[in-house]
Design a protein around this ligand. Sequence first.
Ligand SMILES: Nc1nc2c(ncn2[C@@H]2O[C@H](COP(=O)(O)OP(=O)(O)O)[C@@H](O)[C@H]2O)c(=O)[nH]1
Ligand SMILES: [Mg+2]
Length: 328
Amino acid sequence: MPANLPPTYLEAERRYREAKTPQEKLDALEEMLAIIPKHKGTDKLQADLKRRIARHRDETQKKKGAVVQKGIFHLDKEGAAQVVIVGPPNTGKSSLVDRLTKASPEIADFPHTTHKPTPGMAQYENIQFQLIDTPPLTGEYVDPAMADMIRRADVVVVLIDLAAEPLSQYEDTMAMLESFRIYPENAEVPQEARRPVFLKKILLLANKMETKKEQDDFETFIELTGLCIPALGISVHRDRNLSEFLDTLYRLTGIIRVYSKNPGKEPDLKEPFVIPRGSTLEDLAGKIHKDFVTRLKYARIWGKTVHDGQMAQRDYVLQDGDIVEIHA
Ligand SMILES: Nc1nc2c(ncn2[C@@H]2O[C@H](COP(=O)(O)OP(=O)(O)O)[C@@H](O)[C@H]2O)c(=O)[nH]1
Ligand SMILES: [Mg+2]
């Protein structure tokens, strides 16, 4: 072995040897390849790493392909966004999902009632968010598949309990996420962080904000932490700020809703197209039908930023609420 391998490489190699799942092995190998100095002396080692990565990738892919082996942590996305609710035990994760969706996860006064993730659909105006209740994130064992589930989600909600110790709950949970290499999208990722990192939209919810004292505690908490992520105090039991929570989710997801109409007809405002902010008319056409991308001539738009029925070309950037009449 070449003698000049950096300590970070040896560290990743140790993780590779100790990895328990194919995914962990793959992660470690990819990191080793990223770290290894690229020169003649390491050519053989690089080639060997690439070979092993390809083999492990095949293996994990095969596993993922088989439905029976998908596992309880692999939930297909439904609705406008997948939102995973994480946090310490007893903060009200199951209660929140129970309150906002038709799912009925078990709720109890003692920790670790929830063993497997439970998804439910929360209605927000004319769209739905998929909320996922999860087992608690604690210093004890956390299923690596749960880390993958969090990495796949569109939004991560960290739920803490104002009646317990909100500050340490927040710090512990963020540290757990960091151990999965998950960081808030606008955070400064430390130089020494293991790569690749996963930058996520993270929203902090502080539950059980019922009394004046808890409200003050929440304000103190915000001042103390100088949070770099959006935060909201809520009470599931008192239905406090729950609609604000859904509003915030909508803003965070970076999606917009547009509606299509046929010439001379009214649009169907119950059936929006949900698309990423910044999408163009051409993107929308492709979403409606792939042939539309080539056939698209122009569109007429009704919306807040245009005159009624204004003509728009394929590069027009759609706005939330636009009504679009496509001419092809
Ligand atoms: N005071 C108060 N208690 C709550 C609220 N939401 C949940 N709880 C209680 O907190 C405990 C844990 O709730 P649960 O949803 O099982 O928490 P989880 O472990 O995070 O899923 C239960 O006794 C709930 O009744 C709330 O908004 N206010
Ligand atoms: Mg629970």
